[in-house]
Design a binder for this molecule. Sequence first.
Ligand SMILES: Cc1cc2nc3c(=O)[nH]c(=O)nc-3n(C[C@H](O)[C@H](O)[C@H](O)COP(=O)(O)O)c2cc1C
Length: 366
Amino acid sequence: MTLRLSSAGESHGPALVAIVAGLPAGLVLDRDAIDADLKRRQEGYGRSPRQQIEQDRVEVLAGLRQGRTLGTPLALVVRNNDHRNWTWGMSPWPAEGEPSGKGTKPVTLPRPGHADLAGVLKYGHDDVRDALERASARHTAVHVAAGAVAKALLRELGIEVVGRPVEVGGETTAEGMRDATDAARADRDTLGGIVEVVADGVPPGLGSYAEKTDRLDARLAFALMGIQAVKGVEVGDGFELARRRGTEAHDEIYPGLERRTNRAGGIEAGVSNGEPIVVRAGMKPLPTLMRPLDSVDLESAEPAKALVERSDVQAVEALAVVAEAAVAFELARAALEKLGGDAMVDVFAARDAYLARIGRRWHPGR
Ligand SMILES: Cc1cc2nc3c(=O)[nH]c(=O)nc-3n(C[C@H](O)[C@H](O)[C@H](O)COP(=O)(O)O)c2cc1C
């Protein structure tokens, strides 16, 4: 059975939920480790005051007993504290009493670059909020929780996945990133950036070239491109490779099957090759602007400025955590496809047998 994730939840609804199915039994989970990742997602320079309202914590409703997975679907919940300000406007059932709090008036001013226009056209909504609530990146919280579960599994296999920001607004130093964020905030503007995720300890043989849907590079690109605001993905040296000659583009092979470069980012022909996996994702500037762009009022059909709503200046550090979770989940899925197993002991036995087989030729650690 393959590892699967499905989720539900609106940005200002009561809660975000995820079901992770296909986990082996006997995986030990640490609540603090999951909460630590949720906290990391909320931190970062340039985020909105929403992060002070939310203090994300994971709740587990099923699939776990005494901290160990049961091999049954794991149900994760992260509550939206901010819902208390939206109980009328985001009530799942017809709200009773006088309208109060936020979200009571329809939004009709679509923001260029957000889900607003495409969403109302596609689903036939009159209120842009009906589209933006789910399109919002708020629900990445529960994906980060699922990613933390995947990281626990990978850690048992000696695999560590870490994401970090490498560029904000074109700046690559920590100071430059902060200054650019301050300048954008002062101009009531937003920024994008680039994050990098590195997975160390991945054995050769995850993914396959048999079909394009099996390719690990394609799967990681899909996982990253599935995150809000991600508009470009690179594996290894990515686009830079396109500018080089072949003799300077590939990773030569030495005795012990050692590599001295990792331009391929740890994947050849859609299969992990034993080198660290390196992927990058480029994020566009956030579309909610305090200095709104031109739009059209959907009610009057007249020109108008787009919706202004509390928003981040940039969320690149948060993206690094979300991207780390997405990569971890996909790697865990690929690892379980390779190793199988209803219980962690089966996974370990398969891992040991596989490493013993390839160890005759492949000597990691050199
Ligand atoms: C972690 C994270 C935080 C985000 N925060 C905001 C935000 O505060 N304001 C905003 O307008 N967009 C934010 N976005 C981006 C929007 O969710 C995204 O641009 C929108 O859903 C449209 O999707 P698209 O950019 O993929 O086309 C964020 C994205 C991520 C990954």
